[in-house]
Design a protein around this ligand. Structure first.
Ligand SMILES: [Zn+2]
Length: 168
């Protein structure tokens, strides 16, 4: 089995992303990190027909693969990609992993899924960038911030709550 060096979202950004550039593109990061990104095959016969994302760890010298359903709205595709990158960089790499929509729910308390969701939120909406936009550029409108980060307003709201900019 190949091991993946675990990395924090901050380390991933500094290794694979141009500092300060927004919105952050998780597909570009995945490719720079040597993963393959594929559109999910909707006709593949498997028990998880509802999967919208999957992570296949590296094996036998082959790179790790992320599959994502690109027919979903762009916000969701981006968050799914970042979530699967979370599984990769958090070292959840012993087997193929599929995610249905319920894996992305904030009320999913499976520790790996919530860790992957946290990773995704930090990757797409880094604390430092949020701080600059709100405190220096005085952009405080939720809709505007969601647009700049190219995330859903729900994801942006959860992030602002976590960073104590708004009350939950
Ligand atoms: Zn997952």
């Amino acid at each position: 089995m190949m091991t993946v060096t675990t990395m924090t979202p901050e380390q991933v950004l500094s290794a694979y992303w141009e500092r300060g550039k927004l919105p952050i593109d998780p597909e570009v990061i995945a490719k720079k990190a040597g993963l393959r990104v594929k559109n999910m095959d909707p006709f593949r016969p498997d028990e998880d027909q509802n999967a919208i994302g999957a992570y296949c760890p590296p094996e036998n010298g082959n790179p790790a693969i992320i599959e994502v359903d690109k027919d979903e709205p762009l916000n969701r595709v981006r968050f799914t990609l970042a979530h699967e990158l979370g599984h990769h960089f958090l070292g959840h790499n012993e087997k193929l992993h599929r995610d249905t929509k319920k894996q992305f729910n904030i009320y999913n308390f499976d520790p790996r899924e919530s860790a992957a969701n946290n990773f995704a939120a930090k990757l797409l909406m880094p604390a430092q960038y949020v701080k600059v936009l709100i405190e220096n550029k005085k952009i405080t409108n939720l809709k505007d911030l969601a647009k700049i980060f190219n995330v859903s307003e729900v994801a942006m709201k959860i992030r602002l709550e976590k960073l104590n900019y708004i009350k939950s």
